[in-house]
Design a binder for this molecule. Sequence first.
Ligand code: GSH
Length: 284
Amino acid sequence: MSDYTPPKVWEPKESGGKFASINRPVAGPTHDKELPIGEHPFQLYSLATPNGVKVTVMLEELLALGKNAEYDAWLIKIGDGDQFGSGFVEVNPNSKIPALMDHSGDRPIRVFESGSILVHLAEKFGAFVPTDPAKRVETMNWLFWQMGSAPYLGGGFGHFYAYAPEKIEYAIDRFTMEAKRQLDVLDRRLAETRYLAGDEYTIADIAIWSWYGQLALGRLYDAAEFLDVESYENVQRWAKEIDARPAVQRGRMVNRTFGEPETQLHERHDASDFETKTQDKIGG
Ligand SMILES: N[C@@H](CCC(=O)N[C@@H](CS)C(=O)NCC(=O)O)C(=O)O
């Protein structure tokens, strides 16, 4: 049991933990830094966390369909505080990756929040969102489910299980309960349908796979055994099917700074970069 009694007014202090150095109680930029702009219509500023992967998978899926979704993906090192540079804050006042500038129209449009980015791209290209009104709503139901649920998985379960400076049983129990409940929500849905919104692969699958699919495949928090992810059989079937898509495999590599060097493409400016610019090829 903790002997901590909250003071009358909270004051910031060193809290320890993996992300302590980037946590701040205020918003806004900490330094001046313009963002680079490449030659393609879409400029993505991101990192290959689950929220970042959603967008690079979507862009690669659009390109695989033959859409003009060419993009430059610039690396934002959140551990170094790049998200607090003035240029980044102009694109996303919330200082979190992913952030996108759409230069494809007559004036640039900023897009932040990964769910908003997925909807923007899906509507722009008329892809990965059904036109049938009921199926479209079901896609949005699951997309917004992900946006509301994943903070309990990442900020709750992942934080206290993997990153907090001490293992707090109460917090781990509370968020493990919720993470498993969420996996069960998905498992029951995927017992009824091939994909989350029905028989069509949509932005809901892209968003949910990036978190819960990767969790089920044992890629998040080293928690596969602890959460008994193998027992969610329908989630497993769906996660593996999506994982096998070539666009998903490419999307996972973009802005990735961890894992095997051949899976890391720190920045993506051309389709050929997957063959020539991975870390095993360029080193560093
Ligand atoms: N709701 C946001 C969440 C984005 C988010 O939490 N991004 C994290 C990485 S996954 C981040 O940039 N963290 C940096 C920080 O908190 O300073 C979205 O879906 O875009």
